[in-house]
Write a protein that binds this ligand. Structure first.
Ligand SMILES: Nc1ncnc2c1ncn2[C@@H]1O[C@H](COP(=O)(O)OP(=O)(O)OP(=O)(O)O)[C@@H](O)[C@H]1O
Length: 308
């Protein structure tokens, strides 16, 4: 797949604090690539460097192999929401399209088409200040794609949206990728990321933790967990074979199993003394992998790389 954006060995510090260190990844045509990490990990700083809002101390950013970043080929939904307040919806969309040198007639057609798609039909003459927060966010999203960008950068696109609007955004982001847009998306909603994204770059404290294909990451890091409801002693659970750690809440214990455990085989070796009211076995979710990393419980080694 053709590389659209390439970030190489990026580093940035504020005063003496290294906020991002040696960050490298790429974003390819037609894919949804997630940039993930706990609060303060450095995601927005990375994005702001790509967008030229700030400059890196080290490293390089290239777009289709050129160091010049063509702003008109990029769409950006920043983490900070907000449009000019006392301007009509259509005027702001056309103004932003014009800034990107996009033909106005086509921009008007696309604006009307997207307003309809996002349940904002008839709002083109409303002033931005009359819109609800979610409606404003939809208009801002439309403004980021009105000029048919080749690369779309979405910083927390789902925050503050109701489930219906979330679904609309999700579908549209997928459509854009299917039509060839390269998408870099930052989000804390791991279920959506797991569902939508082809690849991910997970960072913590400014550094790379995992970079790779979603499926490979799940295979590599999403070990099995066994949930048992009953009143067993914690110690009895902790000494079971291939159990890496146990988390207990009332009568429910979650046993995190070692990599490569065969669930059927593992179940056969449970001792008769174990009491079981309910038992289930699942793979841990991206959400749990994320929490493990953010809270320092993870057992991921130094080299958090899978096939990128
Ligand atoms: N302009 C700035 N001056 C000083 N420190 C900054 C500046 N911008 C960001 N930082 C610091 O850089 C670190 C990374 O911030 P950044 O906003 O990139 O994180 P993030 O991963 O986007 O977090 P969140 O999920 O909370 O949005 C934080 O410690 C933050 O305080």
């Amino acid at each position: 797949m053709e590389t659209v954006l390439e970030v190489e060995n990026l580093a940035k510090s504020f005063k003496d604090k290294d906020v991002i260190q040696d960050i490298s990844f790429d974003v390819r045509k037609g894919e949804i690539m997630a940039i993930l990490g706990p609060n303060g990990a450095g995601k927005s700083t990375t994005i702001r460097n790509i967008m030229g809002i700030m400059y890196p101390d080290q490293g390089s950013i290239s777009f289709q192999n050129h160091r010049e970043i063509p702003r008109h080929k990029i769409g950006y939904l920043p983490e900070e929401r907000g449009l000019y307040k006392n301007v009509k919806v259509m005027d702001i969309l056309l103004y932003l399209a014009e800034l990107k040198d996009y033909p106005l007639k086509k921009a008007r057609e696309r604006a009307l088409q997207y307003l309809k798609k996002f349940d904002l039909e008839g709002q083109e003459n409303s002033s931005v200040e009359e819109l609800s927060k979610g409606m404003g966010q939809k208009v801002q999203f439309i403004s980021s794609i009105i000029h048919e960008p080749e690369l779309l950068i979405l910083d927390e696109p789902f925050s503050g949206l109701d489930p219906v609007s979330q679904e609309l955004f999700k579908q549209e982001i997928r459509n854009l990728a299917e039509n060839g847009t390269a998408i870099l998306l930052s989000s804390h909603q791991m279920n959506l990321v797991e569902e939508m994204c082809d690849r991910l770059f997970l960072m913590h404290q400014g550094q790379k933790i995992i970079y790779g294909q979603m499926d490979d990451v799940k295979e590599e890091y999403a070990n099995f967990k066994c949930t048992i409801r009953s009143n067993n002693d914690l110690q009895q659970l902790e000494v079971l074979p291939q159990v890496e750690r146990v988390e207990r809440d009332d009568d429910t214990a979650v046993l995190y199993l070692a990599k490569d455990v065969e669930p059927v085989d593992w179940l056969k070796h449970l001792p008769d003394s174990l009491s079981i009211q309910e038992l289930s076995i699942d793979r841990i979710s991206l959400h749990e992998i994320f929490i493990d990393i953010a809270t320092g419980k993870n057992l991921i080694g130094e080299e958090g790389a899978v096939r990128a």
